[in-house]
Design a protein around this ligand. Structure first.
Ligand code: PMP
Ligand code: GLN
Length: 375
C-alpha cells in the first residue's frame, strides 16, 4: 500500500548521487558551489555563542519577521503585517506543502503548469486534491487558452512559478492580467505563487504577486532564503498570505514543524539588512553569460534564460536518446551532470532538452563548458 504510488526518488537526488559516484561536475541539482558571504559566516559564529538555542515563536523570530516585512515593502511597495501575514518556513518546500495541506480539500482541483517543480503534485495528492496538469507552450510560457479551458468551479488553487524552474522564463504583465481575469471570474480560486527565484532575473524585472492589487488578497507567496542568500542547505524560507489564509496555514505549520531553526533565523534577521538583494540578478547574469558564451560553439542549442540559475539546452543535434538517458550518459561518459526536463511533465513529454545549473564558480562553469563543447 502506498499513498504516493507514482512517486519515486526525486531526479535531483538521483542525478546528484550519480554525479558524486562518478566524480562528474554537478550541474544538475540547483545549488551554489561557491562560498557563502563571509558576513554570514561571522554572524553564524557570533550567534552560536548567544542564548538563542531554544524554540522561537511559532511563526518566526520577531526580528526576522519585521525585517522581512521591511524587505517586501522596499522591494514591492507592499506593507505586510509581520504578525498576521508572514510565516518563516523550513524552506519553500515546507511553505508549499503546508499551504496545500491547509487549503486544499478533498476533491478540490489544483492547476499545475508543466513542466512543474516536483514538490507540488505529491502535496496535492496527500491533501486529497486532484492535480490538473496543464502544459506550458513550447517556449515554456503559459498557454492561456489551455489554462482557461481547464479552470472551473471546482478549481481551488492555481500554482504558478515565476521565475520558472526549470525553464528560466519569466512572466510578463499580460500573463498576470490573464491570471487576474481568472481569479476575478472564479471567486473561490486562490493562487500559490512560488517565487523562490524572485531576486534572480536578468533582462526584465520580476513581477511579484505582491505587486498586483487583484492578486494580493488571493495569493499565497512562497520564497526561499536558500536561493537568495546562497544557503540552500539551511532550509529556510518564507510565506506571505492574507490574514484569513495565514491563520489556516499556521494551524498546519504548528503541527508540521512548529518553529524553524533558531540560529538560522537569528543570523538572517541581522543579515537581511546588510545585503543588497537587487545585486543578485547582476551576479547571476555574469554567470549565465559566461556559461552560455562558452557554449556558443557547442552543438547544444540554448533556450532564452531570463531568470533563475538554470540554462535549458536542446541536445537534439547530438543525440536522439531520451533526455533521461542522455543525462545519465552525459554524467557517466562525459563527466557533466544535468537534469532532464521530461520528468517535470505529467505526460513525460520529451523535447530533447536538459537543464544545467550555472550557480557555480567560474572555473567550474568553464571546465564544464569545455567538456560540453567537445560532445
Ligand atoms: N520551488 C522551486 C521552483 C524550487 O526550485 C525550489 C528548489 N529550491 C523550491 C521551491 C524549494 O525551495 P527550498 O529549497 O527553500 O525548500
Ligand atoms: N530546487 C532544486 C533544483 O531545482 C532542487 C532542490 C531539491 O533537491 N529538492 O534543482
Amino acid at each position: 500500500m502506498s499513498k504516493l504510488p507514482q512517486v519515486a526518488t526525486t531526479i535531483f537526488t538521483v542525478m546528484s548521487k550519480l554525479a558524486n559516484e562518478t566524480g562528474a561536475i554537478n550541474l544538475s541539482q540547483g545549488f551554489p558551489n561557491f562560498p557563502v558571504d563571509p558576513k554570514l559566516i561571522d554572524l553564524l559564529g557570533n550567534m552560536a555563542g548567544q542564548n538563542i538555542h531554544q524554540y522561537t515563536p511559532m511563526a518566526g523570530a520577531p526580528g526576522l519577521l519585521s525585517r522581512l516585512s521591511g524587505l517586501i515593502a522596499r522591494q514591492y511597495g507592499r506593507n505586510v503585517d509581520p504578525n498576521s501575514e508572514l510565516l518563516i518556513t523550513a524552506g519553500a518546500t515546507q511553505g508549499i506543502f503546508t499551504t496545500i495541506m491547509a487549503l486544499v480539500e478533498n476533491g478540490d482541483e489544483v492547476c499545475i503548469l508543466d513542466p512543474s517543480y516536483d514538490c507540488y503534485e505529491p502535496a496535492v495528492v496527500l491533501a486529497g486534491g486532484i492535480p490538473i496538469r496543464i502544459s506550458l507552450d513550447e517556449n515554456f510560457m503559459p498557454d492561456w487558452d489551455r489554462i482557461n479551458a481547464k479552470v472551473n468551479e471546482k478549481t481551488k488553487l492555481i500554482i504558478t512559478n515565476n521565475p520558472h524552474n526549470p525553464s528560466g522564463r519569466i512572466w510578463g504583465t499580460s500573463d498576470f492580467e490573464q491570471l487576474e481575469a481568472l481569479v476575478d471570474k472564479y471567486k473561490n480560486i486562490l493562487v500559490l505563487s512560488d517565487e523562490v527565484y524572485e531576486f534572480i532575473t536578468f533582462d526584465r524585472p520580476h513581477i511579484s504577486a505582491n505587486q498586483r492589487e487583484k492578486l494580493k488578497d488571493r495569493s499565497i507567496i512562497t520564497s526561499s532564503f536558500g536561493k537568495s542568500f546562497h544557503i540552500t542547505g539551511w532550509k529556510i524560507g518564507y510565506t506571505v498570505a492574507p490574514p484569513n489564509l495565514m491563520k489556516e496555514i499556521k494551524k498546519v505549520h504548528q503541527y508540521n514543524v512548529f518553529s524553524v531553526n533558531s540560529i538560522a533565523q537569528a543570523c538572517l534577521s541581522e543579515y537581511i539588512d546588510q545585503v543588497d538583494v537587487t545585486q543578485l540578478g547582476e551576479f547571476y547574469k555574469k554567470k549565465r553569460d559566461l556559461f552560455s558564451g562558452h557554449l556558443s560553439k557547442s552543438r547544444f542549442k540554448l533556450d532564452p534564460c531570463e531568470g533563475t540559475y538554470f540554462q535549458v539546452a536542446d541536445y537534439s543535434a547530438i543525440s536522439s536518446d531520451s533526455d533521461v538517458d542522455f543525462c545519465k550518459l552525459l554524467t557517466t561518459e562525459h563527466g557533466v551532470a544535468a537534469i532532464p526536463i521530461s520528468v517535470f511533465n505529467a505526460d513525460l513529454r520529451d523535447a530533447k532538452k536538459i537543464r544545467f545549473c550555472f550557480a557555480k564558480d567560474d572555473e567550474t562553469l568553464i571546465k564544464a563548458a569545455k567538456i560540453l563543447c567537445d560532445i
